[in-house]
Design a protein around this ligand. Structure first.
Ligand SMILES: NC(=O)c1ccc[n+]([C@@H]2O[C@H](COP(=O)([O-])OP(=O)(O)OC[C@H]3O[C@@H](n4cnc5c(N)ncnc54)[C@H](OP(=O)(O)O)[C@@H]3O)[C@@H](O)[C@H]2O)c1
Length: 304
């Protein structure tokens, strides 16, 4: 399993994360966690809203059954969304959300806490106070954000003492905005629009790790592009590359993200043990520059 370093203190972590948004009792969670651990994926991503809190509970119960210990894993969760109602970065909400997360996960501390989506009513002093309290109480070790652009992070970091070391963003072969714009500088075509305030380069400059969510999806949860007849050219290319590198199309789609020198992590949401295994194994594949670009082009992108 390829490792990455998180933040300025270079905290070592697996490059593949198991996302627990889709964990259910029906999916044999014990086998899912066992397979992940056996293949070097010891990093698990949660959010207080996944399954309305159920996902964290299901994970906790299954994790106990596996017999692994708390200190063998990196446990991350997110807060700040009140679904359909508002975003809430108030001190009170952050603290009470973490209390709930720890209770449902049945642990004393989180390795990392991310603020899930930006709250335009954020008062950064409140976030700073919440983070200080959570850190001094030993409830959260590291902090980060999700779906935030560069200046939002700068604003928050001006007040927060702890380095913000993670930004979770949608990224994958079929969701490449942060790359497109960097390739189309000084152009006026669609790809030249910067939707994310230079977030890729900002992350690299500030030692923030991008965690790529929904890496095998196209659109906003529209479906999986792998094996999807809507994308014949891309799938042909993924199959050709899978044969060349001795993996599967899913493995290539993961290796494509990890090939970027920004040293991202892939958050895989599959609950299928064989897929977990193929994604974990593919983390060690190093695509050539030419192959990386050929996949980018096969996804329908153009180079200026
Ligand atoms: N920060 C955020 O705003 C945010 C938003 C969304 C997600 N996330 C995080 O990202 C994680 C991953 O998200 P996701 O589940 O949408 O991403 P994903 O890994 O792209 O999608 C996984 C889904 O695709 C299915 N799938 C079908 N064919 C597949 C194939 N060949 N390879 C891989 N998967 C295939 C899986 O089904 P099977 O289970 O049947 O294999 C599963 O339902 C979440 O669990 C969550 O932790 C974060």
């Amino acid at each position: 399993m390829k490792q990455v370093n998180l933040g300025p203190n270079e905290v070592g972590a697996a490059s593949v994360i198991l996302g627990c948004m889709r964990i259910t009792e029906a999916a044999d969670p014990v086998k899912v966690i066992d397979t992940a651990m056996a293949n070097g994926i010891n990093f698990f991503d949660h959010a207080d809203i996944y399954g309305g809190g159920k996902c964290e509970e299901i994970f906790a119960k299954a994790f106990k059954e596996t017999g692994y210990h708390r200190d063998e894993i990196f446990l991350q969760s997110k807060c700040g969304i009140v679904p359909g109602v508002m975003f809430d970065f108030s001190k009170e909400h952050i603290i009470s959300s973490v209390e709930g997360i720890l209770k449902r996960l049945n642990v004393e501390y989180l390795d990392s806490l991310l603020l899930h989506r930006p709250d335009t009513l954020m008062e950064p002093e409140e976030v700073a106070a919440a983070f200080d309290q959570l850190e001094s109480d030993g409830k959260v070790r590291y902090f980060g954000v999700s779906n935030q652009y560069s200046r939002q992070i700068q604003l928050l970091q001006k007040y927060v003492r702890q380095p913000l070391i993670i930004n979770q963003l949608q990224f994958g072969v079929m969701h490449t905005g942060m790359v497109d714009f960097g390739l189309h500088v000084n152009m006026t075509d669609e790809a030249s629009f910067d939707h994310d305030d230079g977030i890729l380069e900002f992350s690299r400059l500030n030692d923030m790790t991008i965690q790529a969510w929904s890496p095998y999806q196209y659109g906003f949860f529209e479906g999986v592009f792998i094996g999807n007849e809507k994308f014949p050219e891309l799938n042909l290319k993924l199959s050709e590359m899978a044969e060349k590198y001795g993996t599967t199309p899913t493995g290539i789609a993961s290796a494509w993200i990890l090939r970027h020198p920004a040293n991202m992590q892939v958050i895989a949401g599959t609950m299928t043990p064989s897929r977990i295994e193929e994604i974990a194994k593919a983390s060690d594949i190093q695509l050539s520059r030419e192959d990386w670009y050929s996949i980018y082009l096969a996804a329908g992108n153009i180079l200026p």
